[in-house]
Write a protein that binds this ligand. Sequence first.
Ligand code: GLN
Length: 491
Amino acid sequence: MKLYEMTACEAAAALRKKEVTSQELTESVLERISGVEGIIKGFITILESEKILQEAKKIDKLLAEGKKLSPLAGIPMALKDNICTQGIPTTYASKMLENYRPSYDAHVTEKLKEAGTVLMGKANMDEFAMGSSTERSFFHPTRNPWDISRVPGGSSGGSAALVAADEIFFSLGSDTGGSVRQPASMCGVVGLKPTYGLVSRYGLAALAPSLDQVGPLSKDVRDCAMVLDIIAGHDPRDSTSAKSKDNYVDYLGREVKGFKIGFPKEFFGEGLEEPVKKVIMEALAKSEQLGAEVDEISLPKTPYVLPCYHLVVSAEISSALARYDGVRYGFRAREGDTLSELYRQTRSRGFGSEVKKRIILGTHVLRTEHYDDYYWKALKVRTLIKQDFEKVFRDYDLIATPTSPTTAFKLGAKNDDPQTVHSRDNYTRAANLTGIPAISIPCGFVEGLPVGLQIMGRPFEEGRMLQFCYALEDMLGVKGYKPEISVEGGH
Ligand code: GLN
């Protein structure tokens, strides 16, 4: 077994037993990157090998001196390129911020640095995290390691593909409507969107601030819990940051007998591909074998999730992205005699088409004469959707659904058709609108492509969610399957 094939937890255990050094782990990952990154293209920026190795050696030294660092000290990882890294390009995959080097670290970057993890680079994504395929990156698309003619999902597609391709041990992504879970599902890795407020958004580029959360993408459930242990916790710099941190690894291995799991019938109807449904139903049957009680439930407001999400997201985007005007920072168009012409030119040329479309839609719904009909109504519907979930959670511990209605689709396939695009994250948005935690774990394959099971839980009950997923992961027996990355692609 190559070092880069290990999980983060296995690598960390080998480090502690002094069987390997962080330098060796990093060299192994660098070798893997030079072997497959030309095909996968999961990074926007890879840091200089010299600098990365220096960092790894520094950690080795600290560990040798007996300094107490986190369990993940010395482990190579990557961050989505909308998470600020001091002095290191943070482009949001946009022309607008192509040359932006933040003067500060995001909260999660600080946490991972303090923990002694080794940053390898910044992962590709859809521009400003808008999209579900990573094809909307200003730089280049990323390929799915399971079949390089297919997308890795998005918007955290780089973060997911890099983990699946063993180019890093874990990564962080961001999730506003499914952007951690959907690519995790399509790349066969674990992806978690924490409860709103559990992880600080300080230094994360705002897309829709009432929905955004940073979350881990990892090779298995244990790694996910280990990363969450590091990044969760209160931060006064984010006014929505909560004080509800738990010890997530402690939950792993506990009994799950008697857990009550509901599967909402609205998530199993039209649009869900039959073979995907079959894999999910098999996973639910395995949950019963673990001693969980699995029942069909109903979330009747589900049809309103899509319109509600789009109104809220667009409104917040139009306001959050107003700051990119060519004056303060980022790209600036050189033409324009007046200030408003400078704004217009900068924003017309700096943003890609999806970003512009959402800004225009958001500006429209926020206009005084439309506000009550659209935005205000959407907020009311959001409350009704939340009540749907609260009702279910009175009787059930967890809700299980497919993460995505399909497996990974072909690069370039109908990716501009709004109907197709929006149906792709039909199952993931509700967790953002309601703020609850949700995770995707690999649960099987359809024609060689991974399928993800989504598990949602009560607010701040990530511990119990991970406890259940850990037991189920073992039962499912799909952990450890690896893609064979081949230039031929296709299945
Ligand atoms: N695909 C969804 C969208 O484009 C989700 C985006 C996200 O979670 N960042 O709105």
